[in-house]
Design a binder for this molecule. Sequence first.
Ligand code: PMP
Length: 422
Amino acid sequence: MTLTDLSAAQLAELHAQFQSSYDDLTKAGLKLDLTRGKPSPTQLDLSNDLLTIDVDTHDAAGTDLRNYGGLQGIPALREIFAELLNVPADLLVAGGNSSLTMMYAHVTQAMLFGVPGGQGPWRDQAVKFICPVPGYDRHFAICERLGIEMVPVELGEHGPDVDEVATLLQDPAVKGMWVVPMYANPSGAVYDEDTTRALFSLPSAAPDFRIWWDNAYALHHLTDEEPRPLDVIAMAAEAGHPDRVLTFASTSKVSFAGAGVAFFASSKSNVDAYLKATGYETIGPDKVNQQRHVQFLRDADGVRALMRRHRELIEPKFQIVRETLEANLGEYGFARWTHPEGGYFVTLDVLEGTASRVVALAKQAGIALTPAGASHPRGNDPFDRTIRIAPTFPSEADLRTAMQALTTCAVLAAVEKLRDKA
Ligand code: PMP
């Protein structure tokens, strides 16, 4: 039975049924949260040894880690993550606790001072960023904050349509693009090699076009397939645009989301420019925390093993999401959802024109969801259909309840809409 095929009488009957389930929900006094992609307390517990480790005061090279200096981060940690992220260790910077800080810094530095090989500060020029949608709301917030125009392109399973990007790049104002290449937030899309190579080789009217390659979920596999991130710095160089890609990652969802280590890697000229600019902000990162991570993680295999333990905790939650969506929405045929093989999110597309209603209904029933539209620039989902589900933080029992409630709201909103149209 597809919802859109129902007669007015059948819709009225279904409406009564779901309205009554919804009324019961609102009386249940729920208070559940599916908003942000945070690790659960149990996941954080996996790294509790970080809190008690007897941290060395000096590293192997004899550097006193307690003192100032070492802007690029400690070599031992850079070695571990260079292997994992598939970048050369000498082009990798280990910084503070947040890759978002580094991404924001790159945009502000470009606005104020320009980028290597560019034509001066971007703030003196028209600046647009290509924004694959659905995407990460905090990327879009950076653009909004700095007055950068956002140009949405639809994100497919393996990246956006390359021809569409090629056309946009003919505009000299297009200077940036946001990419979450592995297990994208929120769809789970994985950029394939062909798309990646195309993005690096396409001609751009702006000589200083840059891609913010945010590999926040590079290590966060949910299946036995554990693909290594593409060797993007070499690929960009091979494509003739060595400075085009700025890559970012962090241990926010490896160790502690609030007390991990963030990474940046790119061409030598971009890394040099970044370190020069960062030298005005700080005399060096928290090397003690970096060393703590080296002792706790040990090596790349240590990180891989830890990530498998994370998977053990979160894979069942993704299963709950998938099973509930299938069981409660499958038969009605109006919704579709993603089947991510990694990362932290599932994207649910409900009936067009109802996402904000679903979120509002859920809120009234005590379920907090990311605002409808958040996955689009300026919060504007033109189809009002995309909802981001973040299953990692709640317990399995809470998640099950929240998903039951969410699917009830999705059907109720769809029936309301179709009934009004009928
Ligand atoms: N990038 C993406 C795509 C994310 O989803 C997140 C966390 N929600 C971040 C970056 C934030 O990373 P960090 O904690 O390193 O600042």
